[in-house]
Design a protein around this ligand. Structure first.
Ligand SMILES: Cc1cc2nc3c(=O)[nH]c(=O)nc-3n(C[C@H](O)[C@H](O)[C@H](O)COP(=O)(O)OP(=O)(O)OC[C@H]3O[C@@H](n4cnc5c(N)ncnc54)[C@H](O)[C@@H]3O)c2cc1C
Length: 429
């Protein structure tokens, strides 16, 4: 991407999460007039744990961000390649083997969602308007018509293009289609973060400096992500480090089928939600070891959320005619966290749109062609990630049926025994 013409071209972005801020950063870098609106009043006061960025997301960010900001990102992220391979355990904490994930990029990096959002908010600078809740969007009829957003305080903003980067319940997508494109994926997630130092030495040793997936009966599961931007930094440059995680930390996400989740799991927060989650997994038969990381968590970090997924067929994704309103990221292809691809895909979308808009501004294509080309690529990219993430969701949910649960109870101990006999989990890469 090389900046070309500087003809006026105004873009309004609704939603300053990961995708909207990445888009704004790239457009600013190339001299576009852009404003991004987010309903949050502080970019740091947001939820979220760690996000995985594969090589294509890193390549996109390298082009969207100034080099100094990109260096700060690398200094604040931990390298997947530098830690031992991920493993899976059974519900009593017995190792079953190394996880081989289809599509996992060994050069991926992990970064706190808050850290990434703050870095991107820095890049967006004064283009970011906080506390700005969009309540409606529209466009003028006919070619060359402008797009418009209305906000809760009665103000409006308009541009040549309006981009909805407003997440899985996107107001922009609902305007374009009349209905949301995402649906509940069938799992309820409960997340928190626990410092490794707060675990017993034996449990710390069992989990190790690696991520793991623990599979239990009745469609329950636990992802435990290891994050340590100090010890496993991608770029060893302490002066550039901006990570909110400052020591070895486990970022965990328990998964329970929505069909059997209690009202308390959906409604509680903090300490009560942590205790209900531990009780729910214990009732499903889980042993003490894998529950320790939940029990020792900082209660202020515990929250539950419903997994949402966007369309799994290309023809159902972004099926509106290309024009001056479009959308990207979870607004179009909501992605359960089970593939670790949601943020990276939103960033690649942003890069794709910046590339096409540069060509439109330079006059080598029309705005409609730019948007259409961007949306076509996004349909294929988005469908690949919704299917990848649902493959894991479906495997977990398969264990929720009485037959699936019985199979889990019978087969995993045998696998654990054979893993122990063959000593397959080495803890080294
Ligand atoms: C609070 C939170 C925590 C998350 N935690 C994780 C995690 O731990 N692991 C993981 O893999 N993924 C997580 N995700 C999902 C992940 O961030 C997304 O999959 C990914 O970043 C896609 O980015 P996006 O920009 O499309 O959507 P998001 O990053 O979700 O951003 C959407 C933005 O739109 C804003 N918005 C929505 N409606 C309006 C409106 N009407 N007006 C103005 N602004 C609006 C929201 O405030 C939000 O900032 C989380 C998302 C959120 C919102």
């Amino acid at each position: 991407m090389t900046p070309t013409s500087t003809a006026p071209f105004r873009v309004v972005v609704v939603g300053g999460g990961i995708g909207g801020l990445a888009l704004t950063a790239g457009l600013r870098r190339h001299g576009f007039d852009v404003t991004v609106h987010d309903r949050d009043t502080d970019p740091a006061a947001t939820g979220g744990y760690h996000l995985t960025l594969d090589t294509s997301a890193q390549r996109a960010l390298r082009e969207l961000l100034d080099p100094e900001l990109y260096a700060r990102l690398l200094a604040s992220a931990s390298a997947v390649r530098r830690r031992p391979p991920d493993v899976w355990f059974d519900w009593r904490g017995r190792p079953l083997g190394e996880i081989t994930v289809k599509g996992l990029d060994p050069d991926s990096i992990d970064v706190d969602r808050i850290t990434l959002r703050l870095l991107l908010a820095d890049a967006a600078g004064d283009s970011l308007v906080l506390g700005s809740t969009c309540t409606g969007v529209g466009r003028d009829e006919g070619p060359g018509g402008r797009a418009r957003a209305t906000f809760a305080d009665g103000s409006t903003d308009e541009g040549d293009l309006l981009v909805g980067a407003d997440g899985p319940h996107s107001l922009v997508v609902r305007h374009l289609l009349g209905h949301p494109t995402s649906r509940p994926a069938g799992l309820l997630g409960i997340s928190g973060r626990t410092r490794a130092a707060d675990l017993d030495p034996a449990e710390r040793a069992r989990l190790g400096p690696r991520s793991s997936l623990t599979v239990g009966p009745r469609g329950t599961a636990l992802y435990t992500g290891f994050l340590d931007p100090d010890g496993y930094a991608v770029l060893d440059a302490a002066h550039d480090r901006a990570a909110v995680t400052t020591g070895p930390t486990y970022v965990w996400g328990a998964m329970v089928p929505e069909a059997t989740a209690s009202a308390a799991l959906r409604e509680q927060r903090g300490g009560p939600l942590r205790d209900t989650t531990v009780a729910t997994l214990r009732a499903a038969g889980w042993g003490d070891a894998p529950l320790q990381v939940l029990g020792r968590t900082d209660p202020s970090t515990v929250a539950s959320y419903r997994f949402h997924v966007g369309p799994q067929r290309v023809r159902d994704m972004a099926p509106w005619p290309a024009g001056c309103l479009t959308a990207l990221g979870d607004a179009v292809h909501a992605t359960p966290p089970t593939a670790g691809k949601g943020a990276g895909t939103a960033i690649v979308d942003a890069h794709g749109l910046v590339t096409e808009l540069l060509a439109a501004r330079a006059g080598t294509q029309t705005l409609a062609t730019a948007v259409s080309t961007f949306e076509t690529a996004m349909r294929h990219r988005g469908t690949a990630v919704t299917n990848l993430s649902m493959a894991t969701v479906d495997r977990i949910l398969a264990g929720a049926s009485p037959a699936g649960s019985a199979l889990t109870r019978l087969s995993l101990p045998v696998l654990a025994w054979s893993t122990a006999v063959r000593g397959r989990v080495t803890g080294r890469r």
